[in-house]
Design a protein around this ligand. Sequence first.
Ligand SMILES: NC(=O)c1ccc[n+]([C@@H]2O[C@H](COP(=O)([O-])OP(=O)(O)OC[C@H]3O[C@@H](n4cnc5c(N)ncnc54)[C@H](OP(=O)(O)O)[C@@H]3O)[C@@H](O)[C@H]2O)c1
Length: 325
Amino acid sequence: MQYVNFGMSGVKVSQLALGLGFRGQPDEGEAQRVVEAALDSGINLIDCANVYGPMDDRANIGRSEVVLGKALKGKRDDVVITSKVASPIGHGPNDVGLSRYHIMREVERSLTRLQTDRIDVYLVHRYDDETPLEETLSTLSNLVDAGKIRYYGLCNFAAWQVTKAQGIAERAGLHPPITAQNPYSLMNRALETELFPMARDSGIGIMAYSPLAVGLLSGIYSPDDAPPQGSLWATKRDAAFGSSLDGSRGEVLGAVREIARGHGATPAQVALAWVLSHDEITIAITGGDTVDHLSDNIGGAELELEDAEIARLNAVSASLNDVLD
Ligand SMILES: NC(=O)c1ccc[n+]([C@@H]2O[C@H](COP(=O)([O-])OP(=O)(O)OC[C@H]3O[C@@H](n4cnc5c(N)ncnc54)[C@H](OP(=O)(O)O)[C@@H]3O)[C@@H](O)[C@H]2O)c1
């Protein structure tokens, strides 16, 4: 496993992070085993959020934090964890967003569920245009000073919003954000237009989520067949599968499969290796929810693609920029 600086910070993290979105994992025991297998493999960065949980429904808010807290027993000091705030956690007017009120309340709740005294990188889950950014950033900076969080970062911000945040932090003498977390894959290259140049200019490191296009690049789906029984695109996403591998997406998958065969690798490994081949991407977050899928994906962090293969994948995916969250 390769370790890199986490965005603009000095802390070293594995290039592959394990994400605890648990899109398709209803079993908390297996979720626990996935976290333990990730740590055993050398992954030292676990991406979490206050709204993540096996089953992925609102009744399970915080379950992933609970699972992570249990898995970290005796290992906490060697692992870098994130959690997130901003997504709705209830129906009240202050159960969402990035106000000082909401952040201060939710960070305490997350710390309790995680059974820890600090979150290493606290991420705001999305931009909140109803709260002054100054209020959000000063709250996060105060949390760093208070030791409740070590660093913070920004998810799903547009490039101008990241730049605005960096400017406010600098002018106000606040701790700056260290990372931006956004979706990036061979089926969604939207970041390349604005966020990549911003990242090159400012040095902020990008964490790429949905590197397998929410599983479409995992190798288990094909444009000609119905999705395998029980898979994400046969269950929660069945209504959306219809044309999702038509046209360029199907061509991308075909190229990924061919390149994988040449390396004796799997499609998921090629798709992940392509994401990690970009200097702007510091970390790819794998969403494999079983130990088998995690083991497969770890191979992607070790696979080196040839320049000609990257050029072929770039060419075939050039027009794809739909967000598949
Ligand atoms: N900040 C944000 O707004 C945001 C949004 C989305 C995600 N994220 C983070 O990014 C992480 C990853 O996102 P994602 O779940 O969209 O990632 P992804 O890896 O693109 O997709 C995950 C899907 O791919 C399947 N899969 C993964 N590896 C596989 C393999 N080797 N073989 C077959 N199927 C495989 C998973 O199935 P199984 O469940 O069966 O393994 C799951 O259905 C999340 O856990 C979360 O931490 C952040």
